[in-house]
Each structure stands twice: as structure tokens, then as C-alpha cells.
Design a protein around this ligand. Sequence first.
Ligand SMILES: [Zn+2]
Ligand SMILES: [Zn+2]
Length: 278
Amino acid sequence: MLPSDGHVHSEWSWDAFEGSMESTCRRAVALGLPSVAFTEHADFTAWTLGNTDQVPAQWRELVSGGVLVPPALDLDGYLACLEACRARHSELRILSGVELSEPHWHTARATALLGAGRFERVLASVHSAPTADGSGFTEVSARFGDQEPGEVLRGYLAETARLVAEFDAFEVLAHLDYPVRYWPKTGAPYDPLDFQEEYRHVLRGLAASGKVLELNTRVPLGRQVLEWWYEEGGRALAFGSDAHDPGGPGRGFRAAARTARAAGFRPGRDPWGFWCRG
Ligand SMILES: [Zn+2]
Ligand SMILES: [Zn+2]
């Protein structure tokens, strides 16, 4: 049996132009996924854009003075849609959820949303980095244009360590190696061993706080980092496709499950639960 997908987005995430909770549920049932968690974006950080010409039409109204302010999650609409999907797909366990972006920078807003949403799966992640001149923030991928790739990843991991140290109200740390998705095709290839101490520093803090590490399959988190998670005392592992369209749930999970087993993790007692250290 495939692991549960604990990280998918639907039309309730502002960047999921093709998102559909209903179609995603049907796809999850067809794949035989034990459960799926709709962890919609709660992005509180505004991004300073270098070039507003390339902003998708759907986002134009979010941009003012070269700054993009992500819209708030429509919590009532989201929860109503979730209930309707649960009623139609009783064979699938459907979890409510949220992906909090940089919650340690926005603790009041994050805490208020968690109180209102009472989500079953709370992910935390970093998507933002300071702009080169330090005057604002940008999506992490933009920093590859003005910074060495290794520095982008080191900055990302340092910020993620701060998130773990400063914010406690989450369960799963999402996509620890997020910048690797945007690693330049030219120049030195990405090698996790170059960042061992930085990775271990995050994983040590995460293990000490009793949290769960996500094996995100967009760019599958490799065996090396999973072995460090095991060695640093990590107890549990979540699987997440980070799908933004209905074709994406469970993508790459068979290979990811093999990697997780090789690193020492096993399915837990509940098919919809986390994997545990063996
Ligand atoms: Zn994310
Ligand atoms: Zn996501």
C-alpha cells in the first residue's frame, strides 16, 4: 500500500491554478491512497518583485508598487468544500490542513488561523528569503539570480532552523530542501554532503522538538538526508507530493517509500499515519 499523501493543494491555494479538491479526491481513491491532507497555503510574507511583467494574470490584482501580497486563505469556503468531499468520498480519509509559510515571522496571524481552522495536519515551511539589498523579501528561487547556489541553500537552512527554534505550533516540517528544486543547471551540481552540518543542525532541532520530517517528492528528498534524520534521532516521517493539480497526489511515492525503508523507516500501525523509525 502506498503511504498517505500529507501535502496536497487544491483550488483553495492561491497558486494552484489547476487545483480541484474534488478531482484530487477521485485521483487519490483511484490510486488507493489511504488518506490525503489538503494543506492549503497560508502565506503571510509579501514579496518584492524584480520584474512585474512576468506576473501571471491571476496574480495581477495582488501586486501593488512592485510588491505581491498573497491573499488570505478563505477558511469558510475551504472547510465547506472539504466537508462536501468527505460526504462524497467516504472510502477516503480526508484530512484538513494548512501549510504555514515562515510562521515564526508572523506568529500572531499564524496562531489566529490555527485557532480558527483547527486543522488536522499543520505543515510549516520556508518559501521566502531577504532580497539582495535587504529591503524586503522574495521567493527563495529568485535569489539564484544574484547569489551563489550554495549560499541560497545555506541561508534557507539557517532560516528553517530559526523557524523550528522559534515556532512550535506545527507538526510536520515541509520540503527541507526546497531551493534544490531551482538549482541552476549550469555550474556545480547539488551535493547534500556539501551541506551536511547545516542539514544536521535543522534535523537535530526538529528531532528535539518531537516534530515530523516530510519526504517531499517534488524533488525527492534523498536517502542521505533521511539517514541524517535517523541518526539525529528523528522518530517519524511524512510523505508529501506537494501536488498543485489533481494529477499529482501520490506522485513518486513508490520510489520514496523504498528510499525511506533504506534509511531505516517503516510504515506505522495506521495506514494513514506517519512512518516510524524501524
Ligand atoms: Zn511549500
Ligand atoms: Zn505545498
